[in-house]
Design a protein around this ligand. Structure first.
Ligand code: PA5
Length: 424
């Protein structure tokens, strides 16, 4: 379902020459003997997921869909980005679907929080609070405000019926609150870290609330699992992509820019940045993951890509079939001079922009381009894409001798912030 094209990447090494290295790390990943092996539950998850909980998620999501105008999803990082990426990619940005999904708990911005609380005050509201640790400050701060809002609006019993908590099965403050208040809960598996958790209730429950077929996401995951069973670099494009990243780094390219031509993929890029940035950026190693949405950003970052310092390579995430398309109309006056496009589809224009840009960046700009093609922006493709990037991420990190599944660096800001906030 996803295909890698390396013919525009100026690779100076043969991808296949890494086959032995890839075989070694593939075995470590599958046998749970590599670095961070207590967090590789996602590898077999396409088959091992809890089917009973999966069905319960669908039922609870349906109830929420019937009851609410708005569902607030409260979480940050891995407990936020995947669900938002999926909902925007699959439904599009102006789907006009009920319930509206609004994200909170991902910022300390007082204006943002106050505006959301104001926006929902006269609406029918449900809340899904998500935190694996159950102690993340952004999420806890927003959830206290939301809990009070819900209890003021619906009373304790009404709030209980409208709040769902996704957290650890036993530990953490959120679990304790959920037990005390009697909230419906879903479990975040111990052996799946935040940025790999979109395929668990962390992502799947809000995605189901947004009306998306989560069975199709699991089908995509399972297909990807099958396609990646063989580490052969001639067949396994996720691993080939992982190798290409290392080859390009060897060529002095330390910045990877994930590029899409679909506006609804912007949050996919944010999710991808967390996946690669938090997994790979340690021990002073790793490529900086950045992103751009074209052609929008060709009118901002395009100049740098074309003529600026040659630090980056692009990874084009190209979608073959748009969710919707429009035929461009003819105009008898042709005052805007646009009749040369009459009868063409807008997606065709987008594809020509992509072709022209690739040529400009590759040939004139000397910027390597990896191209990953995906068929569409369906739920199944989303599941497949997640698994594709998970495998690529694990492999590319192992190739740097890094544990992909921890994030020791994010604790430093928290320590300083807690000191300044006066937390014991
Ligand atoms: O990838 C990660 O582990 C992090 O981004 C976490 O998901 C994020 O910090 C939120 O953590 P928690 O779910 O414990 O609130």
């Amino acid at each position: 379902m996803m295909k890698l094209d390396t013919t525009h990447a100026f690779l100076k090494e043969d991808v296949k020459s890494y086959q032995e290295v890839v075989n070694k790390y593939h075995e470590q990943l599958m046998k749970r003997t590599g670095k961070g092996n207590d967090f590789v539950g996602w590898v077999e998850w396409p088959h091992t997921y809890d089917k009973e909980e999966f069905d319960r998620m669908k039922k609870v999501a349906q109830k929420i869909r019937e009851k609410c105008d708005v569902c607030i999803v409260c979480g940050i990082g891995g407990s936020y980005l995947g669900a938002r990426a999926a909902i925007e990619m699959i439904n599009g940005l102006y789907a006009d679907k009920k319930p509206e999904i609004i994200f909170m708990g991902n910022t300390f911005s007082s204006t943002y929080i106050a505006q959301v609380l104001n926006y929902i005050k006269d609406k029918e509201v449900c809340v899904n609070v998500i935190s694996k640790s159950g102690t993340t400050t952004e999420t806890a701060l927003a959830f206290r405000l939301l809990k009070q809002f819900m209890e003021d609006k619906y009373g304790k019993d009404g709030a209980r019926e409208r709040i769902v908590a996704t957290t650890d099965k036993a530990r953490g403050t959120l679990k304790a609150i959920a037990d005390k208040e009697g909230y419906e809960t879903f479990v975040i598996p111990d052996d799946i870290g935040g940025r790999f958790s979109v395929i668990t209730p962390v992502g799947l429950f809000p995605i189901a609330v947004a009306g998306i077929d989560i069975d199709a996401i699991m089908t995509g995951l399972q297909k990807a699992y099958e396609d990646m069973a063989d580490p052969d670099l001639a067949k396994n494009d996720a691993y080939a992509y992982a190798v290409c990243r290392r080859i390009l780094e060897n060529q002095g390219k330390n910045v990877e820019m994930l590029v899409s031509y679909e506006s609804q993929m912007t949050m996919v890029a944010e999710w991808w940045k967390q996946l690669f940035g938090e997994s790979e950026g340690k021990e002073e190693k790793g490529n900086l993951p950045t992103s751009a949405n074209f052609s929008t950003d060709l009118h901002s970052l395009g100049q740098f890509i074309q003529e600026g310092k040659k630090v980056l390579y692009e990874t084009l995430l190209l979608v073959e079939k748009p969710t919707l398309d429009i035929t461009f109309p003819s105009d008898p006056d042709n005052a805007d001079g646009m009749n040369y496009l009459a009868g063409k589809s807008v997606d065709w224009v987008n594809k020509m922009a992509a072709k022209g840009t690739l040529e400009a960046h590759e040939v004139t700009g000397n910027v390597p381009n990896l191209i990953i093609t995906m068929p569409d922006m369906s739920a199944e493709s989303f599941g497949y894409m997640c698994y594709f990037f998970f495998r690529a991420c694990a492999m590319t990190c192992y190739m740097l001798d890094i544990n992909p599944f921890n994030q020791p660096g994010v604790e430093v800001y928290k320590k300083n912030m807690f000191r300044l906030l006066g937390k014991n």
